[in-house]
Design a protein. Structure first.
Length: 123
C-alpha cells in the first residue's frame, strides 16, 4: 500500500453502507487527472467516522482531496489496459472544509477598549 493525497471530482454521490458487524462506512468514485488528457478512476472507501461524514456531505461533481492508503489496480476497457486506484480514506478536504478552516484560522478581531466610550460620547 502507498500513502497518498489525491485530488479530483466525485463521479457520483458517495454512498453510505453498513458492514456485516453493523459498522457504517462510505464508498465513492473519484475521477483524478493523470495529465495528457488522461484520467484515473479512484475507488474510495472510508471507515473513519469524520471522513465518512465529510464524504457523505458531498455530491456528484464536487471537487475533493483525500488522504489515505492506495492500492494500484488495472482493468481492461475495450481491450485496452487502464489504471485505477483503491484508496482507504482517512482524511477528506473539500472547498467547504477549506473555507471553514480558513475562517477558524483567522485571528479574532481585537477587543475594543470600551473604557473610553463614555468619555468619547461626552466630547
Amino acid at each position: 500500500m502507498i500513502d497518498c493525497l489525491i485530488q479530483g471530482r466525485l463521479h457520483a454521490a458517495p454512498q453510505q453502507r453498513t458492514s456485516k458487524t453493523g459498522r457504517p462506512f462510505a464508498t465513492a468514485k473519484l475521477i483524478a487527472s493523470a495529465g495528457d488528457g488522461e484520467s484515473v478512476f479512484v475507488n474510495l472507501i472510508s471507515f473513519d467516522a469524520a471522513a465518512v461524514s465529510a464524504l457523505l456531505a458531498l455530491a456528484a461533481g464536487d471537487s475533493v482531496a483525500v488522504a489515505g492508503t492506495a492500492t494500484p489496480r488495472a482493468y481492461l476497457k475495450d481491450g485496452e489496459p487502464r489504471a485505477s486506484l483503491d484508496v482507504t480514506v482517512q482524511q477528506v478536504l473539500s472547498a467547504y472544509h477549506v473555507t471553514r478552516k480558513r475562517t477558524a484560522m483567522q485571528p479574532a478581531a481585537p477587543e475594543r477598549d470600551r473604557r473610553f466610550d463614555a468619555w468619547e460620547a461626552g466630547r
